[in-house]
Design a protein around this ligand. Structure first.
Ligand SMILES: [Zn+2]
Length: 352
């Protein structure tokens, strides 16, 4: 017999739900959430997860750590294309050999960056502007159209960057614009690891709803005494499914909730830390992504799941560490899950 979906309340075909999106990699001892979410409702999470995986800070870490994870590895790079309503990741910084700012992208599996595929144009008023060359730019007309949309009519190209095998194509395209530099005259297409960058990440509420979904489903996975049908969870479920204007159940908190890391410590490997804190009043899930040797924890997410529907006062705290291996193991697992002892002994703040 089919179970009843906690979202649409239909008795239909159920799914195997990943509380942590698959794009974050495959972990040993990972527990799926079974018999709670139907296939149809699960399908609705894909837009949320896509934005989480491709447009937020986690997307940068996925590139940095070269996490393959399905299902987005075949999609265009997030530095060139936005996803599910979120914008493409924009890293803009001054080029050391140029007076102007250009776009950069992260080189996979490293903390180095390189100039993104772009043209640098000079407008008739002298202003120098970089323009990303998207995958769908294949002709001089495409470039003209793109620049016209940005209100730029008179310009000349002063520099461009592209991949080695695209040189010929772009040289021929650019010949129309009196581009007369030798290819990449200023600086060849090479890594620069000594440049400080600031990335601009533009997400919509889908990103925060993805965080809420991860938190709620993580909680249901490890607290089987709750069915997910409890009325106290209607608010978080509505938020995940529909979003509520002007309200978020996801709070960003500075610092960390991992005791060992509070005073600036780091960990030898990269990890996500998840914890559920349940007291007689509230259920709160804390999530911190990508804490590791070269990055000390900056902020974590606190998700209010709901008032605790239990009638017996039974406080519980559980936590898990999703630890990445340096290299995927023989069975292609990219990490493992370790249960961690209850953390952060201080009392939960009351949410009224
Ligand atoms: Zn459903």
């Amino acid at each position: 017999m089919n179970s009843i979906c906690i979202y649409c309340h239909e008795q239909t075909k159920m799914s195997r739900e990943h509380h942590l999106p698959e794009c974050m990699g495959k972990f040993r001892d990972y527990s799926f959430l079974y018999e709670k979410v139907c296939e149809k409702c699960n399908g609705k999470f894909s837009k949320l997860e896509e934005q989480f995986c491709r447009c937020g800070p986690e997307a940068l870490f996925r590139i940095f750590l070269n996490i393959q994870g399905r299902p987005y590895h075949k999609k265009p790079s997030p530095f060139y294309r936005g996803s599910a309503g979120g914008k493409r990741i924009e890293i803009k910084a001054k080029h050391p050999d140029m007076m102007s700012e250009i776009y950069w992208e992260l080189k996979p599996n490293s903390l180095t960056s390189m100039p993104a595929r772009q043209i640098i144009i000079q407008k008739s008023d002298g202003e120098i502007v970089p323009f990303i060359i998207h995958d769908n730019i294949n002709s001089a007309e495409d470039i003209e159209t793109e620049l016209l949309q940005a209100g730029i009519k008179d310009f000349h190209i002063i520099e461009f960057w592209c991949k080695e095998d695209e040189k010929e194509l772009f040289n021929s395209i650019f010949s129309k614009f009196n581009y007369n530099h030798t290819f990449n005259k200023i600086t060849p297409y090479k890594d620069k690891d000594d440049i400080l960058h600031e990335a601009t990440l533009v997400v919509t509420d889908r990103y925060f709803r993805a965080i809420a979904k991860i938190a709620f489903h993580y909680f249901l996975t490890y607290f089987p005494q709750f069915t997910g049908h409890e009325a106290n969870f209607n608010i978080i479920k509505n938020y995940i499914m529909e979003g509520v204007k002007g309200e978020s159940y996801v709070k960003e908190v500075r610092g960390t909730f991992i005791e060992d890391l509070i005073f600036g410590g780091t960990t030898p490997t990269y990890n996500h830390f998840f914890a559920v804190e349940k007291d007689y009043c509230n259920i709160i899930v804390k999530l911190q992504f990508f804490v590791g040797p070269r990055i000390s924890p900056q902020l974590y997410y606190e998700v209010f799941i709901g008032k605790n529907p239990e009638v017996i006062d039974y406080p519980q705290r559980i936590g898990h560490q999703f630890e990445y291996f340096d290299e995927p193991d023989a069975e292609d697992y990219e990490g493992r899950i370790v249960s961690i002892r209850p953390i952060n002994k201080k009392l939960l703040p009351r949410i009224e």
